[in-house]
Ligand binder design. Sequence first.
Ligand code: IPE
Ligand code: IPE
Ligand code: MG
Length: 246
Amino acid sequence: MALSAQSVEPLGASPPPRHVAIIMDGNGRWATKHGMPRSAGHRQGTEAVREAIEGARDAGVEYLTLYAFSSENWNRPQEEVTDLMGLLKLYLSKEIKNLHKEGVRLRVIGCRDKLSNDIIRMIDKAEAKTAQNKQLTLVIALSYGSREEITVAVRKLAKQINDGKLEPEDISQAMVDSALYTYDIPDPDLIIRTSGEQRLSNFLLWQCAYSEFLFIDTLWPDFTKQEFQRAVASYGERDRRYGVRP
Ligand code: IPE
Ligand code: IPE
Ligand code: MG
């Protein structure tokens, strides 16, 4: 969902970012650094997920998106993919009750085709259970790739044209926006990537048009809510111009 220039914060105030998105990177390097297998890094990474959620709630952030597994991550060794899916199942079965109690609404974005049926069922159930919660929307990007998302959106619009319901010249940016997985989620104000890498790796390419970026060296399993607070403070010092303010 695009944010218009009119929704920019009033002068003099610096409200928290409404939507923070995190590329949670560095689990493997954290494990290597501690002489452990990569799976241990992923496990430790779930602790950092807890920290990020707490940080977001404390800061008054409305949407927190976590990049958990990319379309390209399916190409990792089968053993690692199995580990990651196992962790996800564990997370969903253990944490949903707590998240629900804390007023967190869960949304999962990404391509479900390759996910196993039991994971899809767990996601559907968790989304339904938490649908009315208002404290924080936690968006998990799972089997997510921005190019795939945009391709699916293009297909939807092409089908409408094919069915005679839409003229090509009537396609607007808002229509493209509405055909994305994120149709009901505002664009991210702040995108954080951990582990020192400075790239997007196929994350929210359309939605990040006017996002602020923060690249930090911390490896994801070491991420804390204090670090989240620092990120929000650094965002507060940014001057967002949207091409309109000199
Ligand atoms: C992020 O950590 C987790 C996923 C991508 C699923 P990595 O597994 O990419 O860790 P590094 O980048 O190899 O350290
Ligand atoms: C991006 O991290 C994907 C997630 C954090 C889920 P990767 O580790 O997969 O990205 P690259 O390979 O370094 O670009
Ligand atoms: Mg990585």
